[in-house]
Design a binder for this molecule. Structure first.
Ligand SMILES: [Zn+2]
Length: 88
């Protein structure tokens, strides 16, 4: 418990700890629109997800997950993230 480096965060889908750079951080802007916080600089609540298509795809259809995200994500955003994982 005490050995987790402080840059590790938990994926909301698989609940595993990963270094921040291996995760996407999803935030919401003032109008509650979800977006990806690529630089981890946005203040406020954020949810982390692994940069792999499996975890990202699950974001769109898990009730529990959308709860921690404050709502469901638009398919567009999910597709965008999956696309980007393919180019890493
Ligand atoms: Zn994951």
């Amino acid at each position: 418990m005490s050995s987790n480096p402080k840059n590790y965060r938990m994926c909301v889908v698989c609940r595993k700890m990963h270094p921040k750079q291996d995760l996407y951080r999803i935030c919401r802007d003032e109008s509650n629109t979800p977006f990806v916080d690529y630089l981890f600089k946005v203040e406020g609540r954020g949810a982390y997800v692994c940069k792999n298509a499996e975890c990202i795809a699950t974001l769109g259809n898990k009730k529990k997950v959308s709860k921690s995200l404050g709502g469901t994500l638009p398919q567009e955003l999910i597709d965008q993230m999956i696309k980007e994982t393919g180019t890493i």
